[in-house]
Ligand binder design. Structure first.
Ligand SMILES: [Zn+2]
Length: 201
């Protein structure tokens, strides 16, 4: 086997690596694996996802998933895990579902990518206050602190790029140079329709 032949085999494999990394997501296990996930935008009523507890069912709207993914790739996955947080804990409490999802992702290989995307997603929508979720900045901080609670000793490679309170875009960009995570500049722009995972109704 000569070097050219090796390169011919290895190059496509190496090119595939980023795609594999993107798709290595959290998956429900145990009793959660039996919870049906239904694609139905009518059930979500404009939100990306909702969950019902009796019987436990999760509804996803792919049209909204695509909108989120376009702006903050990976953030849509946080909403998915969040809904399982409602089912796993049998609660409609949004903070509890957020914290559960953050901890689950903190335990998952590549989960830090999704956590960082979700935190960025909420920080880019500072004006969308909701009595059930609090402000998006509070939500971002909740996700960050719950993830750190689960894994206080992230090593340097696995540690997500977590925007800190008061961080400027300039400081953020400077920090991003040293990491492998995609770098985005926070902006005030929004998606064209309301988003947000809803709890059981
Ligand atoms: Zn919820």
């Amino acid at each position: 086997m000569n070097r050219c032949f090796l390169a011919a085999i290895l190059t496509p494999l190496l090119l595939l690596l980023p795609a594999i990394r993107v798709y290595a997501q959290w998956v429900p296990t145990g009793t959660l694996a039996a919870v049906p996930v239904v694609q139905d935008c009518n059930e979500t009523g404009g939100d990306v996802a909702v969950s019902r507890l009796d019987p436990p069912t999760i509804y996803i709207c792919q049209a909204v998933v695509k909108l989120i993914r376009r702006k903050n790739p990976g953030a849509e996955h946080f909403y998915f895990v969040h809904e399982f947080g409602h089912v796993a804990q049998g609660t409609s409490d949004e903070a509890a579902a957020d914290c559960w999802a953050a901890k689950e992702l903190a335990k998952t290989p590549n989960g830090s990518r999704y956590l960082a995307a979700a935190i960025e997603h909420f920080r880019q929508r500072p004006n969308e206050y909701s009595p059930r979720y609090g402000s998006p900045n509070e939500r971002a901080e909740r996700i960050r602190s719950c993830a750190e609670e689960e894994r206080p000793n992230y090593d340097a490679v696995d540690r997500p790029v977590l925007p800190k309170r008061g961080e400027t875009p300039e400081r953020r960009r400077a920090g991003c140079i040293k990491t492998a995570e995609p770098c985005k500049t926070p902006s005030a722009s929004r998606l064209g329709q309301p988003l947000g995972a809803s709890g059981p109704s």
